[in-house]
Design a protein around this ligand. Structure first.
Ligand SMILES: *[C@@H]1O[C@H](CO)[C@@H](O)[C@H](O)[C@H]1NC(C)=O
Ligand SMILES: *[C@@H]1O[C@H](CO)[C@@H](O)[C@H](O)[C@H]1NC(C)=O
Length: 203
């Protein structure tokens, strides 16, 4: 009896770890998924939300325009999504992670300082020039910085998930309601310093 139960649990654990090792967007068993009440024609597979970029004036702050599942329902089950990233001179995309996807960034214009930190705490950096493609491995903390004080930078990123998710480090840590005491201890500082960091993000 006991050994049959053990075998059962071993099989369950084996299947669970197999599923983990294949973790990604769930697969579908049809060519595509039609949203409720949608007309199935070319329009369903077309996202026009990026048209606003064409010949638009450059923004004054860092800006992301996404074509992920939320904006483009036809992506359901396709395991891909896009974002257009606009970096005015001297702007940063602060350290963040995408828990569900790796990111392939293609720099079209300007230059960018990029970096990510792996799970051994090793930092990898690069100066990208237009035409370069850089991969940010899945789930790792990374950033991009347009350090040029006059040239605008423009990049396109693709993600291996319809909903990569973004966890911004400054926002997650200092713009939620985590107790000052917890943060002060974690960052080996005092509550006044934590309050100052929180105040900077609060508006
Ligand atoms: C789909 O269409 C039906 C009938 O026109 C309507 O009752 C229903 O609310 C619609 N569903 C969605 C998700 O739009
Ligand atoms: C911080 O949170 C407030 C309230 O939710 C929000 O209005 C503000 O945009 C957030 N700031 C940043 C930098 O995310």
């Amino acid at each position: 009896m006991g050994s049959r139960l053990e075998l059962f649990f071993e099989v369950v654990i084996m299947i669970a770890s197999l599923r983990l090792s294949m973790a990604g967007d769930p697969d579908i068993i049809s060519d595509f998924v039609v949203p409720p009440n949608a007309t199935v024609d070319g329009n369903l597979f077309t996202f026009t939300g990026m048209r606003v970029l064409i010949e638009a004036p450059a923004p004054t702050t860092f800006k992301v325009l996404k074509a992920s599942l939320a904006e483009f329902p036809a992506l359901e089950g396709q395991s891909v999504s896009y974002a257009v990233l606009q970096y005015p001179a001297s702007t940063v995309n602060p350290p963040h992670t995408h828990p569900r996807a790796s990111e392939l960034l293609f720099l079209l214009r300007g230059s960018l300082e990029v970096g990510f930190v792996d799970t051994t705490n090793k930092l990898f950096t690069q100066t990208l020039q237009s035409g370069d493609v850089f991969v940010f491995p899945k789930g790792l903390v990374h950033y991009q910085y347009n350090k040029d004080s006059s040239v605008f930078a423009l990049a396109i990123s693709s993600f291996g998930s319809v909903s990569a998710g973004t966890v911004s480090i400054p926002t997650t840590i200092f713009n939620t309601s985590i107790f000052d005491g917890v943060l002060a201890k974690s960052f080996k500082t005092d509550s006044a310093t934590i309050e100052k960091l929180k105040a900077g993000l609060a508006h």
